[in-house]
Write a protein that binds this ligand. Structure first.
Ligand SMILES: C[S@@+](CC[C@H](N)C(=O)[O-])C[C@H]1O[C@@H](n2cnc3c(N)ncnc32)[C@H](O)[C@@H]1O
Length: 305
């Protein structure tokens, strides 16, 4: 993979930040710190809270940023309200969520995110989580495995694959990425194998880290935290995440959510955002050419009103 570490849609992220105001920005997915670094450089009047649930992000970013303008917050972005309160992050001008895993997590074989590298089946971004991919593969029922492969991996052969996992693990636990690759290739070989592996590994990663649930909770708190005119941008990498963001923004924009038959509004719902991206922003071909991870990225932006 070429230049994997480059931050995705960097210019597009910088462009959505209100440029002249003084205040705070929450980078909810600090990762390698590329977006944060660029924000700190371009906007000298902005302070950044950088959240990451992976302690290694702290090591990655150690001494990279001016201490008086950057604070590392170890934890899940679904807890952004308490980080914002704790650090009195007001006015909050912007929030960025660049979802998924970062290059240092994928490149570190030991973390078990990649089906191309042999390692223990782990996949926890936050090492404090109790359930790893190994626990899921070896303890979930066939029905539950099928459900996550289908819902989070959109895998058509989910029932067949989970059935085979179920049989194999009766004899011997499936403990490593290579063992899981071997098991899947026994039922889903041929030219579609790589895509199947990508889907199954994605599904397990989403389940281990409860990624969609965290995203829903974070979106639910984000708008309330933003100052008027503050903006939130979310970069997603697969349709499940993108759908959640799109529907959330749409719902926030609506002024009334009463059923159409109601003669008068009783819901009291008011619009809280303007959607700045009718269609998601996607990377230009030049960006995809130098950073293949960018190819599936979609950025949606909304502004608090
Ligand atoms: C795609 S990377 C971010 C890359 C970063 N924008 C950059 O420019 O280097 C995603 C990061 O978010 C973290 N992450 C993912 N989900 C998270 C969550 N729910 N809470 C906190 N951090 C999360 C991951 O550990 C990973 O380091």
């Amino acid at each position: 993979m070429k230049n994997y570490h480059i931050s995705v849609l960097l210019n597009e992220v910088l462009n959505f930040i209100p440029s002249e105001k003084e205040g705070y920005f929450i980078d909810g997915t600090l990762g390698g710190g590329g977006h944060t670094r660029a924000i700190l450089e371009k906007f000298p009047q902005i302070k950044v809270l950088g959240i990451d649930c992976d302690k290694d992000a702290l090591i990655e970013n150690k001494n990279k940023f001016p201490e008086n303008r950057f604070t590392f917050c170890e934890g899940n972005f679904k807890e952004m309200t308490s980080f914002a309160l704790q650090h009195n992050a007001q006015p909050l001008l912007g929030i960025l969520l660049d979802l998924g895993v970062s290059s240092f997590q994928i490149d570190n074989a030991e973390r078990g995110f990649s089906f191309q590298k042999d390692a223990e089946l782990d996949m926890r971004m936050d090492k404090n989580l109790t359930l790893s991919a190994k626990d899921i593969v070896n303890s979930y029922s066939r029905e539950d495995l099928t459900k996550i492969f289908r819902e989070f991996g959109e895998e058509k052969n989910a029932w067949k694959i989970s059935g085979h996992i179920f049989q194999v693990r009766k004899e011997k636990l499936i403990e490593t990425t290579s063992q899981l690759v071997e098991v899947i290739s026994q039922v889903s070989g041929g030219r579609f194998l790589t895509k199947t592996l990508a889907r199954i590994f994605q599904a397990l990663r989403i389940e281990v880290n409860q990624e969609l649930e965290s995203l829903r909770i974070a979106l639910g708190s984000a708008i309330g935290l933003l100052a008027k005119g503050g903006r939130i941008g979310v970069i997603s990498y697969h349709s499940l995440e993108d759908r959640i963001v799109k529907e959330f923004f749409r719902h926030e924009k609506m002024d009334c959510v009463c059923p159409p038959k109601m003669p008068i509004c009783t819901c009291d719902k008011v619009s809280t955002v303007n959607i700045l991206t009718k269609k998601p922003i996607m990377p230009a071909q030049e960006e995809i050419d130098i950073n293949s991870r960018a190819r599936s990225a979609k950025l949606r932006i909304a502004e608090k009103i």
